[in-house]
Structure formats: C-alpha cells, structure tokens
Write a new protein. Structure first.
Length: 239
C-alpha cells in the first residue's frame, strides 16, 4: 500500500473509531471494520451467531489490507492514550462457543482482534460497568418463522420456533430450550425482573416483511423465574 492510500485508510479508520468510541464508550476491531465498510452488518451478525467459521472469511478485502488496517487502528488507539482490554467473544447460540476471528487461528492475532479500547478519562466504576457490559454474553436469538415449511436439521421435525445453527435451523427440543416459557413483549417490568432471575433466556424475533427487518416478539424464560417475578411484582403492588 502506497503512502497516499495508507493515509486515506488511516483517516477512515480514525473517523470510524472516533464514532464508535463516542457512541458506546469503547471501540474494537469489529467496530472499525464495520465503520469503514469492509464488514457487512448482516455478515457480522451471522458470525456472532456462529454461522460463519471465522470473521476474516466475510471481511470484504484481502488479508494484507486487513492486517494493515488493524495496525493503523492500534496506532490510533496508542496515540489517543486509550486503555486496552480483552473482550470475550462467544457465539449467540446455545453452545456459547468461542468465536474465531482469523483464518489462521493464531493466538496473538486472535488476542489483538479481541482487544477493545476505552478512554482513560473514565472513572473506575464507569470502566467496571463498561467492562461488564462488553463481556456480557449476547442474548440467544430464537426465530418465530413466517411459515412452517422449515425442518430441523438434527431431527427433521418442525415447530413454531427455531434457532439458526451453522448447518441450518434447529428446533428448541434439539437445542435444549424447549422447557422455556414464552413471555410476550409489552410488560417491561415483568420482562426485566424475569430475565434477571432466569439463568437461561432467549430473545424471540419475527421478520416483518413490511419493514424488512426482524422485530422483537418477547422472551423465552425459565418457568420458575417467570413465576417468581410475577409473584414479586404482585407483592410489591399490594404492599
């Protein structure tokens, strides 16, 4: 890469990183790749759900340019005096497998991809809250399909809900989620209390053809957690 192109790329990376830092309080390699347009949001989503074996497979440029961009990003972070920290990336799937970034799987490359940066101006408590947020496992996503023509790739059955896996859709029974109870969206207090009490949960979404996007329908929650949350709310309201 010649000096002019490198300078232009450095400017794009700086703008993308600044925007991410301002919006969420931290910035990482994935944010930058999304920000400069080399990584499509839908492809990133499929990777986060464990449907892509490694991130570099869906980055829309060659490995040499990716490496150069990541060097420029780290140099920008150092010049800004940002503080690095490692983020645990796990798939948005029942198995919660560790996500892979690089084609090689090299430990050092993977660690660099996992590193995010935060402002040194943050207080200790704010940094702790941010670290907890960044490292919180992502919600599982269960799909309410618009038709019942799908079949589970594991057992061949169908149903009202499915979860996407790398080989294809899977039913809740095969993924160990069939004991969870559906809580429709609409009651924010009950949803919040039940989710806090439930060791396992999943967000249920349905594709809206009119809006062209998936929209949240509710949560799958452990029945006991839902019952406890309802009882707690009833007691507080009657007190």
């Amino acid at each position: 890469m010649n000096r002019t192109n490198r300078s232009k790329l450095a400017d794009r990376i700086a703008r993308a990183a600044e925007a991410s830092l301002a919006a969420q309080g931290y910035v990482g390699a994935v944010d930058v790749l999304l920000g400069i347009g080399w990584l499509d949001a839908s492809a990133a989503q499929r990777w986060r759900q464990g449907q892509v074996d490694y991130l570099e497979r869906v980055v829309q440029t060659n490995l040499s340019r990716i490496s150069e961009a990541m060097k420029l990003f780290r140099a920008w972070a150092r010049d800004k005096g940002l503080q690095p920290g490692e983020t645990q990336y796990v798939a948005r799937s029942p198995g919660r497998q560790k996500l892979r970034f690089s084609v090689s799987g090299d430990h050092t490359i993977e660690r660099l991809y996992r590193t995010h940066y935060v402002s040194p101006a943050l207080s200790g408590k704010k940094r702790e809250r941010l670290e907890a947020k960044v490292n919180r496992p992502p919600d599982l996503v269960v799909i309410q399909p618009n038709n019942d023509t799908w079949t589970c790739h594991r057992c061949g059955s169908s149903g009202a809900l499915l979860i996407m896996e790398n080989p294809g859709p899977a039913c809740l029974r095969c993924t160990g989620l069939d004991d969870l109870e559906f809580l429709p969206a609409g009651d924010a207090l009950l949803t919040r209390r039940a989710k806090l009490r439930s060791p396992r949960s999943a967000v249920v979404v349905r594709f809206s053809r009119s809006r062209g996007r998936y929209e949240r329908q509710g949560l799958l929650i452990e029945p006991q957690a839902l019952a406890d949350a309802k009882r707690e709310i009833e007691v507080r309201q009657s007190a």
